[in-house]
Design a protein around this ligand. Structure first.
Ligand SMILES: [Zn+2]
Length: 257
């Protein structure tokens, strides 16, 4: 079986000591490819460096909604330059976060728009972060959907069935992380059932959101199998079915070789 972790943050400080071993553990576990997501300009540069060092690592570049308040003039232009580098396979993560509320919502909206415009211009998929802002996120996506189907993914999806349906209708993929394995999240598991197998992705969001039984510990790409196994069990299909489908979906969305 082969897996692709479509969302992790290998450049985070908690991996500085053992990033190499972490990637190796993932590959040994069948996680043949992983997408490391940049959150600031510096983080994107580190993500790209990792992608250029490891054959199994690909980079997604953008400015995270929680960090745009701290972005410097010119940072966005540098992101645009990085987005055409080899092994950059997507844009983000972008989106809206009303939980942390680190950046004014107007600024978050402006950057979300920028990422989506660039996505269409370069035909690169985008990665959406949405926290306590489902209505606003769907509204913004709908404005862009007027120009045609959206090529993107809702990362670590934890929204409602309605939000899932709206995103699917606009052509998007839904990616599930460790949260779907938590005992109390039965509702989220039910939502995952409504996602057609050809729109389903898996991720870790490592070092965050460790799946059961590693909850509370540092997460890593090798653990993506646990989340995938939970999705398979929920659907009543084999792990092989989910592995094959999610791998094919990730390859299609991010055009991975
Ligand atoms: Zn993330």
């Amino acid at each position: 079986m082969e897996w692709i972790d479509t969302h992790c943050h290998l450049d985070e400080e908690s991996f500085t000591q053992d990033c190499h071993d972490t990637i190796q553990r993932a590959v040994d576990a069948g996680v043949t490819r992983m997408l490391t997501i940049g959150t600031t300009l510096d983080s994107c540069r580190r993500a790209l460096e990792l992608a250029q060092t490891y054959g199994s690592v690909f980079a997604v570049v953008g400015l995270h909604p929680n960090y745009i308040q701290a972005a410097q003039p010119g940072d966005w232009e540098r992101i645009v330059e990085l987005s055409t580098a080899p092994k950059v396979v997507g844009l983000g993560e972008t989106g809206l976060d009303k939980y942390w509320d680190h950046s004014p919502i107007e600024l978050q909206t402006e950057y979300f728009d920028r990422h989506l415009e660039l996505s269409r211009k370069l035909d690169l998929p985008f990665v959406v972060h949405c926290r306590e802002a489902e209505v606003e996120t769907v509204a913004l996506l709908r404005r862009h959907f007027v120009q045609g189907p959206l090529r993107g993914v809702m990362h670590a999806f934890c929204g409602s069935a309605d939000t899932a349906a709206a995103c699917l209708e606009m052509g998007m993929y839904l990616s599930f992380g460790g949260m779907v394995t938590f005992k109390r999240n039965e509702e989220l598991r039910q939502v995952s059932l409504a996602v057609p197998l050809d729109r389903l992705l898996v991720e870790t969001d490592a070092p965050y959101l460790s799946p059961t039984p590693f909850r509370g510990k540092r997460n890593e790409p090798a653990h993506v199998r646990l989340t995938a196994a939970c999705l398979a069990e929920t659907r009543g299909v084999s792990k092989e079915v989910v592995a094959a489908a999610t791998t094919e979906n990730a390859q299609r969305l991010f055009r991975l070789a």
